[in-house]
Write a protein that binds this ligand. Structure first.
Ligand SMILES: Cc1cc2nc3c(=O)[nH]c(=O)nc-3n(C[C@H](O)[C@H](O)[C@H](O)COP(=O)(O)OP(=O)(O)OC[C@H]3O[C@@H](n4cnc5c(N)ncnc54)[C@H](O)[C@@H]3O)c2cc1C
Length: 429
């Protein structure tokens, strides 16, 4: 009887899961496990919760959905809280197995956990998260193209996206001790109501991810106009809103890519359908940047050899957080983030630029606030975009946004600013 642990990380799905597929192929029984890692539940050096209430809520919904799907195929989900290396070792001992299958992560804290675990058990990792598998690129990661356009051209020309695949029909597991999904209050947060102004009533889980795709691609065909609408600020459909589900791995980038191709065959192929694939390559670009540069993406000088001095003034920082800078476009975006856990890409670029170039504050504090608040927080995308915005990343140009001008272009009628600055918060269940 060959048994192994399947350790879920940011791959909270059964479909197109390379670690799950290999675990099932090579074992008779598997024990699916999720661990709330204590290191991501505390506060950071700036005093922010590392995982704030919005993402915690989304994560709990993802786990609920994952557990249900596992039960449907004859298995279950064991949920624990603490140090993954210690807990997974204890589970391995209890269930008499020695191998852990999981997704590979590319950033230092996540890699450190893998290293700790590998000292105790046999660890098998799989590239579940990037759209382009690292074995399929034609360059050494250490020599990856520095600039996005060069990276994109290389992978578009020489690399194929691997075909995604469906969930297994059944999963054999030993009797697994029942685990309750914790509640928000177990993490020190009060239950909250969703603000009606939120772009979408985001709900975690694979089922919801596929519902969103069904809506955005097949029901409304909004994908056909994505390139024209993607800089919007209000409403569900100006962009795909796939990011929270991608960040938690409820759906894979490969599966989305396959659906875009299907859409191109069955509905239409145009600049917009291409542009979604293009944006997914940005996501990959930051993952590859993390692979290449390691901890440097968290360094004040990022991946550049510059020696910028960053300041930190708590009061100014707090005003930025609370949307009280006096710049209405920045403030509206910051209030949206604080109230809902989401902000558009246009908004993120503007508020990041404002923090760094106008307020001259340490970009790492801004990145940490985003980490705390965003429901779609992804280490590589967040820190990659922040170093880019701070002029210490892969951008060959120093990009400074004129927030007044941006407001005039993207919020001409002030509908967005009025929405967040002059309308009451409307809460709903
Ligand atoms: C300062 C800053 C911080 C950011 N932090 C994060 C983060 O923590 N997590 C995150 O997923 N995205 C982050 N982004 C990127 C981007 O803003 C979001 O991915 C996007 O707004 C999510 O909305 P969407 O799914 O509707 O995007 P769409 O426009 O529909 O794009 C489709 C997908 O492409 C990917 N994508 C698009 N733009 C980018 C980008 N610039 N970088 C990386 N991937 C991209 C995302 O996976 C997104 O879901 C950040 C951007 C900035 C400027």
């Amino acid at each position: 009887m060959q048994r192994a642990i399947l350790w879920f990380r940011t791959d909270l799905r059964l479909s197109d899961n390379l670690a799950l597929r290999a675990a099932l192929k090579e074992n008779d029984e598997i024990i699916p496990v999720y661990v709330f890692d204590e290191q991501w539940l505390g506060t950071d050096q700036w005093g922010f919760d590392r995982t704030g209430p919005y993402r915690t809520q989304f994560l709990l919904e993802c786990l609920e959905d994952l557990k249900t799907h596992l039960q449907e195929v004859g298995s279950d989900l064991l949920i624990q809280r603490g140090d993954p290396a210690v807990l997974l070792s204890a589970i391995a001992e209890k269930y008499e197995c020695n191998t852990v299958y999981c997704s590979k992560e590319y950033t230092s804290e996540e890699i450190a956990v893998e290293q700790q675990l590998a000292k105790r058990l046999s660890l098998r990792t799989f590239h579940n998260s990037p759209m382009i598998h690292p074995d399929d690129v034609t360059f050494d990661i250490d020599r990856m193209p520095e600039v996005f356009t060069a990276f994109r051209k290389k992978v578009e020309r020489y690399s194929e996206v691997r075909q995604s695949f469906n969930s297994p029909k059944s999963i054999a597991s030993p009797a697994i001790e029942a685990s309750e999904i914790p509640s928000l209050t177990d993490f020190g947060f009060e239950a909250f109501q969703q603000d009606q102004r939120s772009v979408l009533p985001f709900k975690g889980g694979a089922l919801e991810a596929w519902k969103r795709l069904e809506h955005y691609f097949w029901d409304t065909e909004k994908l056909s106009v994505y390139k024209e609408t993607r800089n919007g600020l209000i409403g569900a459909d100006y962009s795909s809103k796939f990011s929270p589900w991608l960040a938690h791995g409820c759906i894979s980038a490969r599966a989305i890519y396959d659906e875009v191709e299907k859409y191109e065959d069955e509905v239409e192929k145009n600049d917009s359908t291409y542009w979604l694939k293009f944006e997914l390559l940005w996501r990959d670009f930051f993952k590859y940047t993390a692979m290449r540069y390691g901890t440097r993406i968290f360094h004040p000088n990022g991946i550049k050899n510059s020696h910028k001095k960053w300041g930190y003034r708590p009061k100014a920082m707090q005003k930025w957080i609370d949307g009280e800078t006096g710049d209405e476009f920045v403030d509206a975006n910051m209030i949206e983030l604080k109230t809902t856990g989401f902000m558009s890409n246009r908004g993120r670029q503007n508020v990041a630029s404002y923090l760094v170039h106008k307020l001259n504050l340490d970009w790492r504090a801004g990145a940490a606030w985003f980490e705390s608040m965003l429901i779609d927080y992804d280490v590589a995308s967040n820190y990659g975009n922040w170093i880019y915005a701070a002029g210490v990343g892969n951008d060959p140009r120093d990009r400074i946004f004129n927030t007044q001008k941006q407001a005039g272009m993207y919020d001409k009628d002030k509908a967005y600013r009025n929405r967040w600055l002059r309308s009451e918060s409307v809460l709903k269940r």
